[in-house]
Design a binder for this molecule. Structure first.
Ligand SMILES: Cc1cc2nc3c(=O)[nH]c(=O)nc-3n(C[C@H](O)[C@H](O)[C@H](O)COP(=O)(O)OP(=O)(O)OC[C@H]3O[C@@H](n4cnc5c(N)ncnc54)[C@H](O)[C@@H]3O)c2cc1C
Length: 355
């Protein structure tokens, strides 16, 4: 029996992949309903198509332009492949239904507390429940209880804070704001021509408040959640595995985790089915991309407003634009190499690593 904790994208997709090969899978979710409350902007690249068939019901909008703003500069990219804005509630429900149809058993309102030998202990509405398992997969998000069974190393987080606003906007343009007053960055992602998801990635809530108040829209909802910072996380110990946010499989430069959760779920399911070493398979296939995001984030953290102005000046060159507009943005290493060839002055930013 394989037990998966957490019915978010990572857990449900792993459950689906394992159940469809005939494995006995049970999926435990602490909430009474999958997909609620939403704590996500839901922006993904089209590479999500590699994992599942896209249904109209969970695509809220398509983004074809990205406008990047610094204090004194801005530039717009016309994306060859649009980015998609997901309805996370519908997306998560779709994934869990795929898992159930493939044969996984879903247990709602089961909060995983701890593991004693081969027994998992859950808090349920009817009290404590003990369930036997052979394999335990922690897909229990940023505050993962399962992760504590693998490593006691303290994790670091950054806060994603977002508001849903009624605001007139160009419906297919996603805006990014860079600079000291925007944390790691701030964003406006349109859902439609009069509704946006706007937020800030920062541990300073004041920056979020100031950003949102400047937008002058009618706020209809607030959402926030911790985003784990990827730091070469240990992924397995004996028959316990981690996937998704529980494994900090996050792009440190953007806080995005949906695509890497699905990629990692695929690697994990394959490793279990073929009795391979998950950590080694993950390191071979994804670690270097996450390390590239870690490096980009390390450099950007030391940027001043004038550095962002220079970055945007370099990005405005047509040669550079062509690369950004057409590259597979899930593969930053390849993109960075091409960018360096097109604009060698990008290398100057690496000096920040030694400050
Ligand atoms: C404000 C914000 C904006 C974001 N925007 C984007 C974006 O635009 N694009 C992107 O790619 N990523 C974004 N992310 C990150 C993205 O939401 C996560 O990377 C993604 O949800 C990870 O999926 P997951 O399945 O690993 O974890 P989760 O989606 O967190 O799912 C974990 C599940 O486990 C359950 N659970 C937790 N503990 C237990 C327990 N003890 N027992 C049982 N169940 C448990 C939870 O209830 C939850 O359902 C954003 C995050 C935030 C906070």
């Amino acid at each position: 029996m394989i037990s998966i904790i957490g019915a978010g994208p990572a857990g449900s997709y792993t459950a689906y992949l394992l159940a469809k090969t005939g494995k006995k899978v049970q999926l435990f979710e602490k909430k009474k309903e999958v997909g609620k409350p939403i704590q996500c902007t839901g922006l993904v690249t089209e590479s999500i198509k590699q994992f599942l068939e896209l249904k109209k019901e969970f695509i809220k909008n398509k983004i074809t332009k990205v406008k990047i703003n610094s204090k004194n500069n801005s530039t717009t990219f016309n994306l060859k492949n649009p980015e998609l804005v997901l309805n996370r509630e519908k997306f998560d429900k779709h994934l869990v239904n795929l898992a159930i149809k493939a044969g996984a058993k879903l247990h709602l309102a089961h909060k995983f507390i701890q593991k004693q030998n081969n027994q998992l202990i859950f808090q349920t509405e009817n009290g404590i429940k003990k369930i036997k398992t052979d394999i335990l997969i922690g897909a229990d998000g940023p505050g993962s209880n399962t992760a504590k069974l693998i490593s006691k190393k303290k994790r670091k987080y950054i806060l994603g804070m977002q508001a849903i606003l009624k605001l007139k906007t160009a419906p297919t343009t996603y805006q990014v704001f860079l600079g000291k007053s925007y944390g790691t960055f701030s964003w406006i992602v349109p859902e439609s021509e009069n509704k946006v998801r706007a937020g800030t990635l920062s541990n300073n809530p004041r920056l979020f408040k100031e950003f949102i108040s400047k937008l002058n829209g009618k706020i209809t909802e607030y959402q926030a959640g911790p985003i784990p910072i990827y730091n070469n996380t240990k992924l397995q110990k004996d028959n316990i595995y981690l996937v998704g946010d529980a494994a900090s499989q996050i792009k440190n430069s953007t806080g995005g985790g949906i695509i890497y959760s699905l990629s990692s779920a695929k690697i994990l399911a394959n490793s279990i089915i073929k009795k391979r070493n998950y950590q080694k398979d993950f390191n071979k296939k994804l670690k270097k991309e996450l390390m590239a995001h870690k490096l980009i984030n390390k450099i950007l953290k030391r940027f001043k407003d004038k550095d962002y102005d220079t970055l945007i000046k370099f990005c405005s060159k047509q040669k550079v634009k062509n690369i950004i507009e057409t590259a597979d943005r899930e593969k930053p290493l390849k993109m960075l190499l091409k960018l360096l060839l097109a604009e060698p002055r990008f290398i100057l930013f690496t000096k920040k690593l030694f400050l």
